[in-house]
Structures are given as C-alpha cells and as structure tokens.
Design a protein around this ligand. Structure first.
Ligand SMILES: NC(=O)c1ccc[n+]([C@@H]2O[C@H](COP(=O)([O-])OP(=O)(O)OC[C@H]3O[C@@H](n4cnc5c(N)ncnc54)[C@H](OP(=O)(O)O)[C@@H]3O)[C@@H](O)[C@H]2O)c1
Length: 196
C-alpha cells in the first residue's frame, strides 16, 4: 500500500503510523504524484473543494487500466454552509466530476462515502457498514473485492457511476443522524435482503 500526500514528510509520517498500528504492514509514503504512478487502484480522499486541483495534479501520472476511486462528498461546507446539506454539481456527483478529469482509459469508481473514518481506525472492531460501489462493471468488481478485505465492510453492487449522486447525498443524511443520535464515531448503513 502507498499513502500519498502533498508533502513527503506527511506521507512518511502516515506510513509510520500505519506500521505502528499494524506491525509488519508493507506501506510506503510518497508525494501524491509518485504514489499515483505506483498504484493500480488510486483512492482519492480529499475535501470536495480540492478535488479538481488534486486530480489535475496527478493526472499526468495516471495510465489506462488504473482505477481512481472517488470517495469525496460535495458537502455544503465547501462554501461555508453546513455538513448536512449538499452542493449541486453540474456533472451530477463528485465521482462524475472526477470522471471528466481523468485520462481516457482510466476507470472511475465511486465507493466508501458512507464509511466513517473514525470507525475505520478502530482496528479491533469490525466496521459494520455497507459500501455501495458504482462504476463500470470490471473496475466495480475489483473495488468490491477490495472492500471485503476490511472486517465488517460489505460491498454492495451499486451499478453505474451515476448512482454516486444518491450515495454521496446519503453521507449528508448520516452526518445529520450522527448529530441527532449523538454518535460521534459515526452511524453506518446496512441494506437488508441482499442474497449472500
Ligand atoms: N472523514 C470521514 O469520516 C469521511 C467519510 C466518508 C467520506 N469522506 C469524504 O472523503 C473526503 C476526505 O475526507 P477527510 O475527512 O479525510 O478530509 P481531510 O482529513 O480534511 O483531508 C484529507 C486530506 O486531504 C488533503 N488536503 C487537505 N487540504 C488540501 C488541499 N488544499 N489541496 C489538496 N489536498 C488537500 C490532506 O492531505 P495532505 O495534507 O497530506 O496532502 C488531508 O490529509 C471528503 O470528500 C469527505 O467528504 C470522509
């Protein structure tokens, strides 16, 4: 695994943190552009308002057959409003915006928007959350397989990338639920009735 950052020292510190939490983990820290070049699957995790500049900064290093996973959510915090409201995005969603920016042949898949970072860091507890994965069929299946590596996460086949609009908006709903139910660690989603 490679962790990218705008600053090499932050990437190295993040890699050290992972190794301290998971002894024996094979993890590198690199600047974003170098991290992108080495990764078959690039997970883009920056605040929505920095999505365009970040993708423009890495796209020269993306090549056909790589996958970019968009987990960004266009929360209204990007314009100084609240996290329980969404921005209207001309392209439809953050994921579809990213798709307009990557080179031809690079697949964009939407996933992980509804998973709390706090829960992901609790390594001794399963995450207990469904991950709706949307995008073209083959890259979607590859990212669904990735989800299954995290105890408790279950990948749900979310169909075409346009469904990212729905999934991203559910994050604003979850943030409101966290406030109303006073669950700072983050409430998750589970779909029922999906055949195992
Ligand atoms: N936090 C959650 O629980 C959660 C859950 C689901 C989805 N999301 C979504 O995932 C995305 C990232 O969320 P987050 O909570 O991880 O955000 P964050 O902690 O605020 O930022 C993530 C990283 O973005 C980089 N960054 C910050 N400012 C930047 C800038 N001006 N230009 C380029 N990169 C910048 C920073 O990395 P460097 O400084 O190392 O470059 C930072 O560590 C958001 O769209 C959020 O809505 C978050």
């Amino acid at each position: 695994m490679v962790i990218g950052s705008r600053k090499l020292d932050r990437a190295l510190a993040a890699a050290d943190e992972v190794r301290a939490a998971i002894p024996g983990a094979v993890v590198l820290g690199l600047e974003n552009a170098d991290a992108t070049r080495k990764a078959p699957i690039v997970i883009l995790s920056v605040p929505f308002e920095h999505t365009v500049s970040t993708v423009k900064g890495i796209r020269e290093n993306l090549a056909p057959d790589q996958i970019v996973v968009s987990m960004g959510v266009p929360l209204a915090t990007a314009i100084g409003d609240g996290a329980v409201r969404m921005l209207g995005i001309w392209q439809g969603s953050c994921a579809e915006l990213v798709e307009t920016l990557v080179p031809a042949g690079v697949a964009v898949v939407s996933a992980f928007q509804n998973v709390s970072a706090h829960r992901l860091r609790e390594l001794d507890h399963p995450v207990e959350c469904d991950v709706v994965v949307s995008g073209a069929a083959l890259p979607r299946k590859r990212v669904m397989a990735l989800c299954e590596l995290v105890p408790g996460l279950r990948a749900v086949d979310g169909g075409p990338l346009a469904n990212a609009r729905i999934v991203e908006a559910m994050t604003a709903l979850l943030i409101g639920l966290n406030v109303r139910y006073k669950v700072a660690e983050g409430i998750g989603l589970r779909f029922t009735g999906i055949p195992s």
